[in-house]
Design a protein around this ligand. Structure first.
Ligand code: AMP
Length: 358
């Protein structure tokens, strides 16, 4: 039987962990990335290092694989559209399109009945002031429409601030303003869906950020059962409406009065699901590979409760300490350069599963 070869666009840690999961299923991975010595390249059968717009390189890459997926959202849409003519690409380019643009994302979410915080398109400082008056708010968050991540491309503004200089600092011509959510906590849901419309979900996960970067994820979240069920229903609705094949993540706020507001879609596996490698029979990465390769999905049930800590920058130096801990499962992404704010690895701490907890 010919071995399936999965092509992954992007060479980061998500691609690396997907390639490791694919290997367990007897699937080889080829990586396409503009970056030399990327984390995924060290565990892949082959890596093509080229620009995402290099059509000859893309053609060669497609010729060598059976199916194509992507591991991060900032890939040009044209790259996927080009590849789609040559090989099946999952998830579909429409998901990437929606998640690359905050206006499209929120419009789509609201259209299918998923609530977000109130938001407004901003083209001038007058628009910001109008939004603040409209929401009867002292402040709001301005965000770039595209390419924001880990808190980059956003800024809090107040009525009396120099709004134009803040807008210029964000370097986006069109921005969006969002009402500030007075949230109780932040959660995420991950869903895998295959071509037979079968779904499996992870979460909700309880997420804690530091300096806008995910610091800690805890499962179970400890939230009430009805709220957890609502989170599952919301992400399932999203996956069905987008006709997902693969994995996506939805980040949400839990407001002080128990509402769930969608914040952001990640069209891929997610940092808040890394614990699933060690605490579930089938991880988010394996379910992603299974979904895009048209294989049956695996169970997402936890055999252990878990807490995942990101190892950012120097934190990676604590690896030997974690290795000595019986309940700790450390993961190193194989990045040589330690840089402040760089995700270098993570560690999942396992605990016996408490029954009946969400
Ligand atoms: P984002 O890039 O949209 O995922 O935002 C990064 C982080 O900023 C979120 O995880 C929240 O902690 C915070 N944040 C973003 N938008 C809002 C909002 N509208 N209200 C309150 N906090 C927010």
């Amino acid at each position: 039987m010919k071995q399936t070869i999965l092509g992954i666009l992007g060479g980061g840690q998500l691609g690396r962990m997907s390639a490791l999961a694919a290997a367990r299923l007897g699937i080889a991975v080829h990586i396409f990335t503009p970056e030399e010595d990327s984390p995924a390249s060290f565990v892949a059968a082959k890596t093509v290092v080229a620009d995402y717009k290099d059509e000859n390189a893309l053609k060669d890459f497609a010729a060598g694989v059976d199916i194509i997926t992507y591991e991060f959202e900032n890939i040009p849409l044209e790259t996927l559209t080009f590849l789609k003519r040559l090989r099946p690409v999952f998830p579909d380019v429409s998901l990437l399109e929606v998640s690359q643009n905050r206006i499209d994302e929120k419009t789509f979410l609201n259209k299918i009945g998923i609530s977000t915080t109130r938001w407004s398109v901003i083209q001038s400082s007058t628009d910001v002031k109008a939004a603040l008056v409209n929401w009867n708010a002292d402040a709001c968050i301005l965000k770039t429409v595209r390419f924001g991540y880990d808190g980059k491309g956003q800024s809090k503004v107040r009525m009396n601030d120099d709004i134009d200089s803040i807008r210029n600092g964000l370097s986006g011509e069109i921005l969006i303003a969002e009402e500030i959510v007075d949230f109780d906590c932040e959660i995420s849901m991950i869903i895998a869906r295959n071509s037979q419309s079968k779904t499996e979900t992870y979460g909700p996960m309880l997420n804690e950020h530091r300096n806008h970067i995910l610091h800690k994820t805890t499962v179970p979240s400890g939230l009430p059962a009805d709220l957890c069920q609502r989170a599952v229903d919301i992400v399932t609705k999203l996956a069905e409406n987008i006709d997902l094949i693969g994995v996506l993540t939805l980040e949400m706020f839990v407001t002080k009065n128990g509402l769930l507001l969608a914040n952001e879609i990640a069209p891929r596996t997610h940092n808040s699901g890394h614990w699933s490698i060690d605490a579930c029979a089938c991880s988010q990465f394996e379910n992603h590979v299974r979904a895009v390769c048209n294989l049956p999905l695996g169970s997402t049930e936890r055999h252990s409760d878990a807490e995942m800590l990101n190892l950012i920058g120097d934190d990676i130096l604590k690896m030997p300490e974690y290795m000595a801990q019986a309940n700790a499962c450390p993961h190193h992404y194989g990045k040589d350069d330690i840089r402040e704010g760089r995700k270098m690895g993570h560690v999942t701490f396992l605990k016996p599963r408490k029954a009946q907890q969400n």
